[in-house]
Design a protein around this ligand. Sequence first.
Ligand code: AMP
Ligand code: GLY
Length: 435
Amino acid sequence: MNIMVIGGGGREHAVIRSLKKNKSVSKIWCLPGNGGIAADAECVPVKATDLEGVAAFAKDRPVDFAVVTPDDPLCLGLVDRLEALGIPCFGPTRAAAAIEGSKVFSKQLMKKYGIPTAESLVFSDPVEAAGYLKTAEYPVVIKADGLALGKGAVIVSCAAEAERTVREMMVEKIFGESGSRILVEEFLTGPEVSVLSFTDGKTVVPMVSSMDHKRAHDGDEGPNTGGMGTVAPNPYYTAEIAKECMKTIFLPTVRAMEKEGRPFRGCLYFGLMLTPKGPKVIEYNCRFGDPETQVVLPLLESDLLTVMQACRAGTLTEEMVRFSDGAACCVVLASDGYPKKYETGYEISLPETEEGEEIFVAGAKREGGKLLTAGGRVLGATATAGDLKTAIRRAYALAEKISFRNAYKRSDIGARALKAAEGKTCSPQTSQKQE
Ligand code: AMP
Ligand code: GLY
């Protein structure tokens, strides 16, 4: 089997490592990949958003299966483009990827099909939005309709801040056309849970739950990032809650997409908040989360390629997807200063890994035989173990062995989860004001 993976972050590295466990996989191309992924796949310098470039590359190669993981190429329709060339893909079509690509679309879908989510209003006129926000009850959440590099949701606590946010999104267009329409959403509270799922358009099989750590600094302080670490499973997500989510959220969403003529095949990510009134959808993503994937896939015991092919073929069953009972922790090593200003180009020294340890590289390039930092999030140190406490200890022990000059990591990844798992008093992670 010759496989083409589109993307170039830690998530894609984790996907490639999992795919390689299948003995029938003989070749993996990664477009564009990165300096770390190059140890596991042939990296080709074509941007994931260069649809024509990807198609041209694939046309001349014996690609048996393609895996498209980042949001932008999915929302631009890369899967449609490749399927038209006769290349079977894992990933949703452009029409289905709208579940992430347009928050207005996904909100209307949830309203129409009675899927629990925050109340909200849509505005396409900044004057109308500002008028409404003068009298709103605070806090509220203001969200840009389209993709915004994960920065499109702002929690605002007063009218002045709301006015500024509306101006930035709708008039100054800091997120481009993504901010032409906005949603003003009810502020919810409760622990957040990420649930990735496999779906073939009809059947939906949730993966092990996980918990992201979005803030840059310990204690959930500092600016929002792409994610500084993850643990799986998420202890707040009990078997009872999982059952409720399947009934009220997962199945209804997949059925709704089918009814709308946009069957979703691929990985559907449910960003949930466990509110006092039950689980509600905070966001959908049309793809694997990052760094969630870096803890979820190492716990997958089934063959990833088989599951992905079943999602594409419409033959997915629950029995196909098996996860270990253990736990995993991923500690992200970033360039100091991320997500704001940071330096790159420093040499990375990677240790040998043992069974149950993985280093997934996100922002690095290879130059003159050396691996150099080339991004904000540089890599993820992941460890699996029989229990969460050991997984966290092992992930930190692995992270300690990795060095580059301006490495920065949080020191409390998993601490909140561990307290919750051990039943100690803890305040659930609730969303806080963004900076
Ligand atoms: P999103 O871009 O929709 O994923 O939102 C980013 C983050 O903002 C989420 O992970 C939450 O922490 C927070 N958030 C989004 N929507 C809400 C909401 N309605 N109430 C409270 N927090 C929210
Ligand atoms: N870690 C959140 C995301 O991938 O969107």
